[in-house]
Design a protein around this ligand. Structure first.
Ligand SMILES: Cc1cc2nc3c(=O)[nH]c(=O)nc-3n(C[C@H](O)[C@H](O)[C@H](O)COP(=O)(O)O)c2cc1C
Length: 224
């Protein structure tokens, strides 16, 4: 598959089945994901691949209340969008799919908890008076490589971060040391009926790119 085709189709799996996935497949995915870039090439990713049914259930039990709370925020956000107060809201069908996903989280073959060694991060914007974004750039390329590799293997994948709100519980469950932060939970499993995404929906270049100065849209139609 052409790289551009991959970039345009590598979405999140909406529906998983509980069919098993060989552990070798997960190892192969990680073996390719490790070529991700990171600040200073420090490669701070630390991963726990959870296949144990009991630990998967424990992760779902941590995730469920966070999702329930987030769901209430989504309903509020949708009401504000309907009143024209915000542009950002999650469509109901996306929310329903996410709800199904969380309720059956423990049935997915592997839940890969991706942590990052905080000492390995190069956070060049830590002194600024706003939330840092640079630190995450040393771990999420690795996480996205897992998404891409899962597509290459033909298995389902879903990247989630909501559970990070309950980092202390996740760390205690998995025995993660203090120096490791939880960056994501990536579900890897078999794709359920109608669960794969074949076409992604994203804003066009003109909606976010500017030429020479912010405010002058880089209109893709004007470039030949
Ligand atoms: C940093 C990051 C965090 C995300 N966290 C969650 C999450 O906690 N729960 C979830 O259901 N999806 C999560 N997603 C998935 C996004 O919702 C998803 O990428 C987006 O809806 C687009 O879906 P698509 O790629 O299938 O089109 C996350 C994605 C990213 C990049």
């Amino acid at each position: 598959m052409d790289l551009y085709d991959v970039m345009r189709t590598a979405g999140q799996t909406k529906i998983f089945s509980s069919d098993p996935v060989p552990l070798e497949t997960v190892v192969r995915i990680l073996d390719h994901a490790r070529f991700a870039p990171s600040g200073g090439n420090h490669q701070g990713w630390r991963v726990v691949v959870v296949g144990s049914p009991a630990v998967r259930r424990a992760l779902r039990d941590i995730y469920q209340p966070v999702w329930d709370e987030h769901r209430r925020d989504l309903a509020e956000q949708r009401a504000r969008a309907a009143a024209g107060e915000t542009e950002h809201s999650v469509p109901t069908r996306t929310e329903l799919a996410a709800d199904e996903f969380v309720r059956h989280l423990d049935e997915i073959a592997y839940l890969v908890v991706v942590g990052v060694d905080l000492d390995a991060l190069t956070i060049t914007d830590s002194e600024l008076d706003r939330p840092s974004v640079v630190g995450g750039a040393s771990i999420y390329p690795f996480v996205h490589n897992i998404v891409l590799a899962a597509h290459n293997e033909g298995i389902g994948v879903a990247l989630t971060t909501l559970i990070c709100r309950e980092e202390p519980k996740v760390k205690e469950l998995l025995g993660l040391p203090d120096s490791i932060a939880v960056a994501a939970l990536v579900a890897l499993g078999s794709i359920g009926p109608g669960g794969s995404v074949t076409r992604l929906s994203r804003h066009p270049v003109s909606a976010f790119a500017h030429l020479d100065h912010f405010g002058t849209a880089l209109d893709e139609g004007a470039v030949s």
